[in-house]
Design a protein around this ligand. Structure first.
Ligand code: NOJ
Length: 578
């Protein structure tokens, strides 16, 4: 059964306009930014781990796709306890990924293609192998070396209880006690804070030396020519004075849905979203402003509601913040409309572009997420072999529809490597190959994030599906990756790669990123339909089970799936000429 036919496109009523204006015209306001997760993008040297020469060799793929910029997850010197988010030297490349010369070559090659490059900055914590932490371990309690991190005496008469009750986001206590030393005080060895793994000690951002060091690190990469920074745990660097106990949970994603645009993606507690973080970003804003070009700071801040998140992108602070409320929105029309609307209005109020993102290296890919009976909760962080498995076909269908909806929105959008191929997670990785610390710190209760980090397939059916010259891959690829390999999709009508390419081309040509959104109520009488107009394009998404007829004279620009008898089937998005 189809529903009543809507009016012709001439009769569309655009109501309730919301804006995400172009303002200063900086590149990041409407950019589509592609996340490269270096260890899983492309392997140049055959060790089974992706590297910078691998990225350089595959830049054609990004140029063909039509993105504007690349954000690279960390490639710095690191013992890789948290896949590089544990940095031992902020000014050097880990030999796994290459050399500084390889970085410069990659940067120049990207710039030649007109691609901007953003690198990842990890300021909340360093690796325990960082020279500062090694110095802190060697130094006495109360020393300047210890003052760069958050060391405290323990509680209890013998100091053998942690300084407070905080839990690590990866599971287990957020404090680790040092080995005894002769010069320990009466309460014995001190403890250090780590919001993540014990190999990732938190830096003390009340210490001016820490602030000066990171401004210098910013300059190091700005001098090399990077176009910006994605700032890790941007909401966590400053903790509430006195480090008070807290009984809430600090899991990465809760997955519940509220009505005000919050979807449960916000971390809370005395370790997050403290007023003091904003001073840091004001200072960094000034550093970036010293450089030519439009350099950008992007906040990875799991903060809700969106009005709190908007405070990170006020005019003198950062430039963008990831929209995790959008990422964690379930496949539900009413919730999506609310989140999109509130996102645009809230960011517009501070003059910042809204961002959109559906996948990254920390969550189950949207092609798998949307194939689960229930989206949210623990499963956003990983799916294990014993968990209910996603419906792959449904997941891909919804993922394509969700992407086409996202790319029709004004502002800036993030694409995670491999989503342009419609890749699912590996949802049945055996315990022996898992590497995410959250798997180990929860004794396997959390499967962890390895499933979304599997090496990309470039050549279907080749060893390792062409990930590198030897066929080695640091995580096994699921069977489905052969069919989904890039070479099987290039130039193939209807492939996910071609869908992304077409949508990105239209997005650019129609100036969608810098235009105004208007909800088109006349097309959305059905509660399962989301309909809006941006520039010369009407975006219509059917999230329900019943086909929705298109206006008789509709000119289809691109669709995420085949139309059936002129109607938009379930879980499909279409762009129409307005
Ligand atoms: C967020 C990063 O995206 C994640 O991968 C990492 O584990 C944590 N921050 C800690 O750095």
């Amino acid at each position: 059964m189809t529903r009543t036919a809507p009016p012709s496109t001439d009769d569309l009523t655009a109501t309730d306009t919301v804006n995400s204006p172009a303002r200063g015209g900086e590149w990041w306001r409407d950019a589509v930014i592609y996340q490269v997760y270096p260890r899983s993008f492309a392997d140049g040297d055959g060790d089974g781990i992706g590297d910078l020469p691998g990225v350089t060799a595959r830049l054609d793929h990004l140029e063909q796709l039509g993105v504007d910029a690349v954000w690279l997850s960390p490639f710095y010197r690191s013992p890789q306890k948290d896949a590089g988010y544990d940095v031992a030297d902020y000014r050097d490349i880990d030999p796994l990924f290459g050399t500084l010369a390889d970085f410069d070559e990659m940067l120049a090659a990207a710039h030649e293609r007109g691609l901007k490059v953003i690198v990842d900055l990890v300021p909340n914590h360093s690796s325990d192998q960082h020279v500062w932490f090694q110095e802190a371990l060697a130094a006495a309690p109360g020393s300047a070396a210890r003052a760069r991190y958050v060391f405290r005496d323990g509680r209890g008469p013998a100091g053998d209880e942690p300084p407070n009750n905080w839990q690590s986001i990866f599971g287990g206590p957020a404090w680790t006690r040092l080995a005894p030393r002769e010069d320990d005080g009466p309460l014995g060895p001190q403890w250090y804070l780590h919001l993540f793994d014990s190999s990732q000690p938190d830096l003390d951002w009340d210490n001016p030396e820490v602030r000066a060091e990171f401004e210098d690190v910013l300059r190091f990469w700005l001098d090399r020519g990077v176009d910006g920074f994605r700032v890790d745990v941007a909401h966590g660097m400053v903790k509430a004075p006195g480090l008070p106990d807290w009984d809430g949970t600090t899991s990465m994603v809760e997955g519940t849905v509220a009505e005000d645009g919050s979807t449960g993606a916000g971390n809370s507690g005395p370790m997050f979203d403290q007023e003091g973080v904003h001073d840091i970003y004001r200072a960094w804003h000034r550093v970036l402003a010293e450089y030519d070009g439009d350099r950008a700071l992007v906040a990875e801040a799991w903060v809700e509601p969106l009005s709190r998140l908007a405070r990170y992108v006020r005019p003198d602070e950062m430039h963008q913040a990831f929209n995790f409320s959008f990422l964690t929105t379930p496949w539900d029309a009413a919730t999506l409309r609310t989140v999109v609307d509130v996102s645009l209005r809230t960011m517009d109020a501070v003059g910042a572009p809204t961002t959109w993102v559906l996948s990254n290296h920390d969550v189950v890919r949207h092609a798998s997420r949307f194939g689960l009976p229930e989206i949210g909760g623990r499963q956003l962080n990983g799916i294990g072999a014993d968990d209910p498995q996603p419906d792959a076909a449904l997941g891909l269908r919804r993922a394509r529809a969700a992407t086409l909806l996202m790319l029709g929105l004004p502002g800036s959008a993030y694409v995670y490597q491999g989503e342009e191929l419609g890749l699912p997670d590996h949802t049945a990785l055996p315990a022996e190959v898992r590497q995410d610390p959250s798997f180990f710190r929860t004794d396997g209760a959390e499967p962890g994030r390895d499933g979304c980090r599997v090496p990309l397939p470039w050549v279907g059916g080749a060893p390792g599906n062409g990930f590198g010259p030897t066929g080695k891959t640091w995580l096994p690829q699921p069977e489905a990756y052969a069919e989904l390999a890039a070479d099987r999709q290039y130039g193939v009508e209807g492939s996910t790669f071609e869908l992304y390419r077409t949508a990105l081309g239209l997005r650019r040509a129609e100036k969608i990123g810098t235009s105004t959104l208007a909800w088109v109520d006349s097309l959305a009488s059905d509660p399962d339909v989301v309909a809006f107009q941006v520039a010369g394009v009407v975006v219509l998404a059917n999230l329900g089970g019943t086909p929705v007829p298109l206006p008789a004279d509709a000119q289809v620009l691109v669709a995420s799936g085949d139309l059936v008898d002129g109607a938009l089937p379930a879980d499909t998005t279409v762009w129409l000429r307005a």
